[in-house]
Design a protein around this ligand. Structure first.
Ligand SMILES: [Zn+2]
Ligand SMILES: [Zn+2]
Length: 132
C-alpha cells in the first residue's frame, strides 16, 4: 500500500517536472524574428526604431488621449470619446513619444504611418506606398 503511494507521488512529481520543462521550453521559444518586431517612430527625435516581442512588454504602454476639457464640460463623459493609444519608449530621448509606425518592406526604413495632415504616409526613402 505504501509502495503504491510512493509510486503515485513519484508519478506526480514526474508529471510536474514535465510540465515545468515544457513551460520553460516554450518561454525560450518567443520568436525574435523580424516579423514579430513592431515599428515605432518618435516624432520629436525624427527617429524610427523597432521593438522585439520581449521588449514590447516593458517598453510599450497604453495611454489615454483625452479630448479637450471644454468639449467634455458641456456633455457627460462618455468613455468611447477617449482614444486609447499605444506608445513606446524612444531609445534616443527616453520619452514615451514613440507611436506605431510602418517599416518599409522594400528598403526597411521606418517612418510614421501618417503624415502631419493625417494622410497615409509613403516611405520617405524610396516612396513605397502602403496603399495598393
Ligand atoms: Zn525620441
Ligand atoms: Zn522604402
Amino acid at each position: 500500500m505504501s509502495n503504491k503511494i510512493k509510486l503515485s507521488v513519484a508519478a506526480l512529481l514526474f508529471g510536474i517536472a514535465i510540465i515545468l520543462h515544457f513551460s520553460l521550453d516554450s518561454e525560450k521559444k518567443i520568436p525574435e524574428t523580424e516579423e514579430t518586431k513592431t515599428a515605432w517612430f518618435c516624432t520629436p527625435c525624427d527617429h524610427g526604431f523597432q521593438l522585439s516581442g520581449s521588449e514590447m512588454t516593458e517598453k510599450i504602454s497604453v495611454g489615454r488621449v483625452d479630448r479637450p476639457s471644454d468639449e467634455e464640460a458641456s456633455e457627460p463623459q462618455i468613455p468611447r470619446r477617449r482614444r486609447m493609444i499605444k506608445v513606446a519608449q524612444c531609445p534616443v530621448c527616453k520619452e514615451w513619444s514613440g507611436e506605431a509606425a510602418r517599416r518599409c518592406p522594400d528598403c526597411g526604413h521606418i517612418f510614421s504611418a501618417k503624415t502631419k495632415e493625417g494622410q497615409p504616409a509613403v516611405c520617405p526613402n524610396c516612396q513605397w506606398d502602403p496603399l495598393p
